[in-house]
Ligand binder design. Structure first.
Ligand code: SAM
Length: 275
């Protein structure tokens, strides 16, 4: 089968289940996002995060800042937009053009090296498709979570596995998650995905959070199909050229594998309150 034969069988995410973003054209759903879900995933996250006007939100691993703009635009919050790969100059240019310069503060740093914020300063921390890249250790999470006010919300939305994979060594990892590419896709990405249950246990171990919500999204796998269907239209932001997004052929292999196996990729949302 060629790519188009596979794509014919894939579903789009049902936009009618997302009335909050009805004003957006379909091409805007993934515009300047890096990863799965785009505004669909961001919407599921804010449903659990409940941002309030005037809140100060840390958008951690904000990428190109689309989620930061989404939060500032729809909830009238102030966003500290932190990212490691992407320069603040890029985001400053964008938020100046779009009129959010007074609402979004971009910063470029490696959050595992420094957490340059006071304790109890954020009303919420929003981590979209990013926590898996840097947040797998309890001591780091404890340091990060101290920056949340008591009662503040820690909200994660991410690509993940539906159940915890249990490969005893790398040779057992299915080829769909361990293929040749210009970075090590298993070590740097899929091995860090984990399952919603794994993230719940890890975050509980910080002793700083009451987990209020932690679920695989009902359309989690469909979000992957939607990305495949819209791959070239939506990733026009340099993410493909940068190599941050894996090739379409590999996304299709991953979806086909998912249809035949009980452990597979999906997306999830977790929301927790700082004690
Ligand atoms: C897959 S991208 C997702 C970006 C964005 N949240 C989105 O949904 O489009 C993951 C982001 O995490 C950021 N990141 C990875 N490690 C980081 C670290 N140690 N400190 C801060 N950001 C980091 C990267 O720079 C990257 O932009």
């Amino acid at each position: 089968m060629d790519i188009n034969d596979y794509l014919k069988n894939y579903k789009n995410v049902n936009i009618h289940k997302y009335p909050e973003i009805a004003e957006y054209h379909r091409y805007q759903i993934y515009e300047q996002f890096i990863g799965c879900g785009g505004l669909f995933l961001a919407t599921k996250m804010v449903r659990e995060m409940n941002p309030k006007k005037g809140d100060i939100v840390l958008d951690l691993g904000c990428g190109l800042g689309t989620s930061s703009i989404f939060l500032a635009k729809h909830f009238d919050v102030t966003v500290v937009a932190v990212d490691f790969w992407n320069s603040p100059q890029q985001l400053v240019k964008r938020i100046t053009q779009e009129g959010y310069l007074n609402r979004i503060v971009p910063m470029q740093l490696d959050i595992t090296r420094e957490v340059p914020f006071d304790e109890n300063c954020f009303d919420a921390i929003f981590c979209m498709n990013s926590l898996f890249m840097f947040g797998g250790e309890v001591p780091f999470l404890q340091k990060l979570l101290k920056t949340l006010k008591p009662g503040g919300v820690f909200c994660v939305g991410s690509e993940c596995f539906n159940k915890e994979p249990n490969y005893s060594d790398k040779s057992e990892v299915p080829k769909v998650y361990n293929f040749d590419y210009n970075w090590d896709v298993w070590d740097e990405c899929f091995s860090k995905y984990h399952s919603p249950a794994w993230w719940q246990v890890l975050l509980t171990q910080t002793n700083q959070l009451d987990i209020k919500y932690c679920k695989e999204n009902d359309d989690g796998l469909t979000m992957w199909e939607d990305i495949a269907l819209n791959y070239y239209d939506y990733f026009s932001n340099g993410a493909i050229e940068m190599g941050a997004i894996i090739p379409l052929e590999n996304i299709i292999d991953i979806i086909e594998y998912a249809k035949k196996h009980s452990i597979h990729v999906t997306t999830f949302v977790l929301s927790a309150i700082r004690k």
